[in-house]
Design a protein around this ligand. Sequence first.
Ligand SMILES: [Ca+2]
Length: 408
Amino acid sequence: MKRLPHILAGTMLSLGVATIPALAQQAGTPAETQAPNAPDQQPAFTGQTRAPQPAQVVEIKQEVVAEGLPHLWAMEFLPDGRMLVTAKQGAMHIIGEDGKPGPEIANVPDVLADGQGGLLDVALAPDYETSGKIFFSFAEPRDDGNGTSVASARLVPDDQGGGSLEDVSVIFRQTPGYDGNKHFGSRLAFGPEGQLYVTVGERSDAEPRVQAQDLQSGLGKIFRITQTGEALPDNPFVVQENAQPEIWSLGHRNLQSATVDGQGRLWTVEHGPKGGDELNLPEPGKNYGWPEVTYGVEYSGAKVGDGVTQMANTEQPVYYWDPVIAPSGMAYYDADAIPEWKGAFLVGGLVSQGVVVLHMENDRVKHEERVDVGARIRDVKVGPDGAVYAVTEQRGGGNSTIVKLTKG
Ligand SMILES: [Ca+2]
């Protein structure tokens, strides 16, 4: 029998409940009503942006279940129903059943907590229940600047609500390092055979970002590795000279959203430039275009490169947003508590301050729905109870909260 998650059981902590009415949502019209940043750009196919809202929008109840938390970056549910969170400044905590963070987990390595850097994503190993193993990504200070790294460790909880990391080992480093504080990514997602997908960024500035097209560089890539950090033998560039064998796909900008769907396929949402966030279904060896092909424009309003939105030998995004949502975490909804969302992707939005619900059909977005949470969303997870949990943050730091979304 499945153990009842204790944070969700019995006297559920409730710090405030608000039922958000179905806003002024109108079936058949896009949720996005603002003017695009690049009005001259045209989608490659119908429904590639501004998909219509669904005919029926489910009423969602919102409840703050944890508050006064440090500035969080990611959250995962432990098998006992408690939440394991990463704080950007370099701490890891378990959130107790009272909604309060336990003592700092010991032995988290030093991170570069500067700009967009810090302790980033966390994921439980597929065999966590027996191995106690977790994986986490972080901005790592290095001799040649800094870069995104992935470590594994055993999480050993104690009976004070804290615990320690044991056998900490950095299993993978994005290279080369770069002396900057932007575009580290990242997310970690496991495929069905236990392969680990690692998403990163291209470090933002003009000089490094072109390396998103360079197979000898780890900037602007998705990687596919074993749980000890090696390239999978069937990765697309394993036998190619002058290519990093861990690369799965290239031409990405800043990937902070990734999840695996019901078929075990990796999906990602990346931060685009102004007006160019995109949803992709990254396939092995394929080129997703950045910075040569993109929807959206530079923050200055200038074209990115030649302002090209389509090019041979590059992949079109499944979907894009102009203006941007500024994507953070992402989850695939396969639970039953909100039947209207079954099979949908839930994407957190920093700028859009809510959860974007993407209803899919034949690997295209059929409907886009927005749930307004009124705060920057840093991560989204589906709980063991089928509710959706959104981690909020405040720009520039401050406290995070965790908001539970249920059917109203
Ligand atoms: Ca692209």
